[in-house]
Design a protein around this ligand. Structure first.
Ligand code: EPU
Length: 446
């Protein structure tokens, strides 16, 4: 078993360049299925989720070569239209292969996807959209696969019932080679979706975001290869900014994405933490004085992102007063709470009053209404101390690492395969900022 061993209490200081966005990299790799020419992607993070999607693609016959952070992907010959169960089911992005495989070979067999266990995470909205585009899709609960066929998908007018980031991308990837015009309404506004739109446009797709939540795609007969540099990862920037604040340090972030971090930057200031632009793509983060409590409600873009709420909760354990976080996107994103409590945090669950929960929550509320605790109340400040804790999903992993950096003593964090899904060389980079963090395997003396 691998464990991160973190000795807390060192202020993190120095400079850090943000890596490419995981949630674009995965989709860009799938976009390679849409052409038999090569896609050259720069700024691709070397993280486990990217390796996993490349394994999925390899099983379909796609070849890829990594050199530093440049990835060349070629889907010249496809060997099969079936994504293997085990690896495909572990990664939500593997469901995106459905549209491209139908476009290339008229069929796709995709396992019911997984991803971080932060909720049920069904793909009903994208399946519904693909059916409207003419795909015949059957779910076989015996083999765990969606079996999809269509001679050619057709453009359609489709309105998502609720926001879906991956669902919007799934229909984009399906519509670019469909016959005719597709209009996606109530489409996700996440900036990662727009980066995917830029990649597809460079490949020859005809796509326009005609209003904030509407995207129009005119299908073309073929796409070609291209070269593209992925946008930086906004979740990484938030993680390092909070690392500076929670340890009383000061970090200069390069490849900074301030324009995509509005709600975070406002909350950071409100909490008494500081940030300052130092050039177009450089931002300095630090803290001065006491942390102040905040009230946060997560939301799809342009709201306070669900991925940020765990790291934010760590900062709020240091606030002078009571803070709340209301999670509205996923129904199970508080797996870190029990672990933070082992480290001395004082956190209670509560049920925020919501008038029309079935409309308000981004997940399918009807499926979960009896098991919900969507709010946490954090009583601060509390001194965090060492413990043995376990991460259960990627962002919960970042949350626990932040808590350990701020805690007294040495914390042992298990389940670190989760953080490896989304952060490149996390311990090396934190060490370069002055953290004491190392990775050990059982038998190394833990
Ligand atoms: N949902 C459904 N049915 C659908 C689609 C979504 O019920 O067909 C529900 C989901 O279960 C969730 C909510 O709607 O409760 C929002 O889901 P969405 O599709 O928007 O999110 P996602 O595609 O599952 C992506 C990122 C997440 C990020 C969210 C929000 C990828 C691979 N994942 O998830 O990233 O938190 O959008 O921006 O792009 C992470 O990086 O740690 C991560 C979880």
């Amino acid at each position: 078993m691998k464990t991160l061993v973190v000795s807390g209490g060192f202020p993190l200081k120095g400079e850090m360049a943000i890596a490419g966005a995981k949630n674009v990299a995965l989709k860009a790799c799938v976009a390679a299925l849409l052409t038999d020419e090569e896609l050259i992607l720069h700024n691709v993070p070397r993280i486990q989720d990217v390796y996993s999607i490349l394994e999925v693609l390899k099983s379909l016959g796609v070849r890829s070569v990594f050199k530093h952070n440049t990835l060349r992907v070629s889907a010249k010959h496809l060997a099969t239209t079936t994504v293997p169960l085990e690896i495909g089911a572990s990664l939500r992005a593997s469901s995106l292969a459905m549209g491209p495989l139908i476009a290339r070979h008229g069929q796709a067999n995709i396992p019911n996807p997984g991803g971080c266990r932060i909720g049920a995470r069904p793909i009903d909205r994208q399946i519904d959209g693909l059916r409207k585009m003419g795909a015949s899709i059957l779910y076989n609960s015996t083999d765990g696969y969606f079996h999809a066929t269509a001679l050619r998908l057709s453009g359609t007018d489709y309105t998502f019932t609720k926001n879906t980031h991956t669902g919007t991308e799934a229909l984009l990837l399906a519509a670019v080679l469909a016959k005719g015009r597709t209009i996606l309404s109530n489409a996700a506004q996440e900036v990662e979706v727009d980066d995917l739109i830029s990649i597809l446009s460079r490949m020859g797709a005809k796509i326009k975001r005609t209003s904030q939540r509407q995207v129009v795609i005119d299908g073309v007969d073929a796409l070609h290869g291209t070269e593209y540099t992925l946008m930086p990862d906004r979740n990484e920037e938030v993680t390092f900014a909070i690392a500076a604040a929670i340890t009383g340090g000061e970090i200069m972030i390069h490849n900074s994405q301030r324009k995509h971090l509005g709600p975070f930057l406002r909350a950071f200031r409100k909490a008494g933490a500081m940030w300052k632009p130092c050039g177009e793509a450089t931002t300095k983060y630090w803290i001065k004085g006491n942390v102040r409590p905040t009230i946060i409600t997560t939301a799809p873009y342009p709201g306070f992102m669900t991925d940020w709420q765990g790291p934010w909760a760590v900062l709020m354990t240091q606030a002078f007063g009571n803070s709340t976080i209301h999670e509205t996107v996923f129904e199970n994103r508080f797996s870190y709470v029990s672990e933070l409590m082992k480290m001395g945090a004082n956190i209670e669950f509560f049920d925020p009053p919501v008038k029309h929960p079935e409309e308000f929550y981004n997940f399918n509320w009807e499926d979960h209404k009896n098991e919900l605790h969507q709010g946490i109340l954090i009583h601060g400040p509390t001194k965090l101390h060492n413990a043995v804790v376990e991460m259960r999903d990627l962002r919960a992993g970042a949350t626990l690492v932040l808590a350990a950096l701020a805690a007294s003593g040495t914390t042992y964090i298990q389940g670190i395969e989760h953080i490896d899904r989304g952060y490149e060389k996390i311990e090396e980079r934190l060490t370069s900022l002055g953290a004491s963090i190392r990775r050990v395997t059982r038998g190394d003396g833990v």
